[in-house]
Write a protein that binds this ligand. Structure first.
Ligand code: DUC
Ligand code: ZN
Ligand code: ZN
Length: 499
């Protein structure tokens, strides 16, 4: 515990503060937006919050969400940077990392300028951007991408599927090699495009149009195969990659085995793969479209494998993949009741319920301890995406990004209590225990008494530092060893490491 020698703008008293692997019955003092002290009997602050009986936790970091973004299929998200950040904050999240999305024909500088101007006047909590790369041409790789990375966009997302977004393996290797050179983390959407196309064509030829066939078209093997391929390409150029929105049990196993062989592969999963299954896509009529995302929710065994993967560290982050579409022709159902599974917008909302779901079903039900909850909801995101040490942990000197959770409060989820603009929730009717009643961003009380207390545009862009990715060593002999001869090292750009 540290001794205070400053005055406090805010003191949070009597809570259970989770800090550096410890649970402290302590006060937390904030000065100028930063945590200034954690200790017993801190002097009075200009503002005081009594957190007796509450958990005082790092504000959540949602490192995968889509905001004001046009999808690879051309649909526009329902949320802008105001509604998305308000919704995130009501759910205990204080930093988001959405995407600045390049579509073919767009230059990276123009994409970044657009997203900065979309977010600047609307976001109410802090944010950074990952860059989606759909066009890694010569100029992008040589000039634009290095400049973007150095400006604090330290993560890229690439797609192995969606006709208009996907990169081929050569392009993936180009991006991976550049990310290693410049110090960026590459997030990979791993699904085999041709498998999905081939299955979809056959399903539609046979008249199978309903939402549930989305799950058939996106067979689990499409994910597993692409995941293994991405891991192999990452190993070839010796770069860490992060597989996003892992859905299937077999994919978790492939990742676990690859990590045992020394592969620097990281992975993420999301609420939809813990709390939904393929059966949800088979609801009456088109209702199943509300649960359509890619990859789709699988079965109970896969849900269990995702829980295990999150608990044993195979999966490092738990994000929302919030991809909000209204349930009408402007969103999910572009052709109304004639919309086939192939035409539905892919994505589910979840930015607000991500943490309440994990707190209730993961922590309070005894699946994980409070430290695992904090790592999965904030700490691991901060380290991997270059936000630490100012974000992701309650430590002196860090931004005062804090969520105060009431572990006794019970909530029956319904769409009308949420703040995103989809108008529905896949978790309608679910009873949750525990709620983030007070949410603080850089010392500003953002949410209290069920209301928002800050202005549009008061969130800040965060230029991020280098990803802090723990390295697994490649074995020098036996399974997993790599014959990195001089020639291969020179070819893949590893010669600097070789010398
Ligand atoms: N799949 C994606 O690839 N992105 C957004 C949501 C989804 O379902
Ligand atoms: Zn994706
Ligand atoms: Zn996504």
């Amino acid at each position: 515990m540290s001794t205070p020698d400053v005055s406090f703008d805010l003191v949070i008293r009597n809570g259970r503060v989770v800090s550096q692997g410890q649970i402290l019955e302590a006060d937390l003092g904030v000065h100028s937006g930063v945590i200034a002290a954690i200790g017993a009997n801190l002097p009075a602050g200009s503002r005081e919050i009594d957190a007796a009986g509450r958990w005082v936790l790092p504000g959540g970091i949602d490192s995968h969400c889509h905001v004001e973004q046009r999808s690879g299929m051309g649909m526009m998200c329902a949320d802008d940077f105001y509604s998305a950040t308000v919704s995130a904050a009501f759910g205990g999240t204080t930093t988001i990392l959405p995407f600045a999305a390049q579509h073919r024909g767009m230059s990276v500088p123009e994409v970044l300028e657009d997203y900065h101007s979309l977010a600047r006047d609307k976001a109410i909590i802090d944010y950074g951007f990952h860059l989606i790369l759909a066009n890694p041409d010569e100029k992008t790789l040589t000039d634009d991408l290095p400049a973007a990375i150095r400006s604090g966009i330290r993560s890229l997302k690439v797609y192995m599927t969606y006709d208009l977004m996907k990169l081929d393996d050569c392009q993936l290797l180009d991006v991976f090699a550049l990310a290693r050179e410049e110090g960026a983390l590459v997030m990979v959407h791993a699904e085999n495009n041709d498998v999905i196309k081939w299955l979809s064509r056959r399903l539609l030829e046979r008249g199978h149009k309903a939402p549930k066939f989305h799950g058939f078209a996106h067979d689990p093997l499409a994910e597993t195969e692409a995941a293994y391929r991405a891991i192999s390409l990452g190993r070839l150029v010796d770069v860490p990659i992060l597989l996003v929105h892992v859905a299937g049990g077999e994919t978790v196993e492939v990742i676990r085995q690859a990590q045992l062989l020394g592969a620097n592969v990281l992975a993420e999963s999301c609420p939809q793969y813990l709390f939904l299954t393929a059966a949800d896509l088979d609801r009456d009529g088109l209702e199943g479209a509300m649960f359509c995302c890619s990859p789709p929710p699988r079965d109970a065994q896969s849900q269990e494998a995702i829980w295990q993967g999150l608990l044993d560290g195979t999966l490092a982050t738990y994000s929302s993949d919030h991809a909000p579409y209204t349930f009408d022709t402007a969103g999910k159902l572009p052709k109304g009741d004639q919309t086939t599974f192939k035409e539905m917008a892919n994505g589910v909302p979840g930015i607000e319920l991500r943490l309440p779901l994990l707190f209730s079903e993961g922590f309070l039900k005894g699946r994980m301890d409070i430290h695992q909850f904090c790592d999965l909801s904030a700490g691991n995101h901060a380290r991997l995406y270059g936000l630490a040490p100012s974000k992701g942990a309650l430590i002196v000197g860090a931004d005062a990004d804090i969520a105060i959770w009431n572990p006794e409060r019970e909530v029956d989820v319904t769409a009308s209590m949420l703040h995103d603009r989809t108008g529905y929730t896949p978790y309608e009717g679910k009873r949750l225990k525990g709620w983030p009643e007070i949410v603080i961003s850089r010392g500003r009380v953002v949410i209290a008494d069920g209301s928002l207390h800050v202005e549009r545009g008061s969130g800040r862009f965060i230029a991020r530092g280098l990803p802090d990715v723990p390295r697994r060593e490649t074995p020098t002999a036996g399974p997993g060893s790599r014959p990195h001869g001089k020639v291969l090292k020179a070819l893949v750009g590893l010669e600097k490491v070789a010398q």
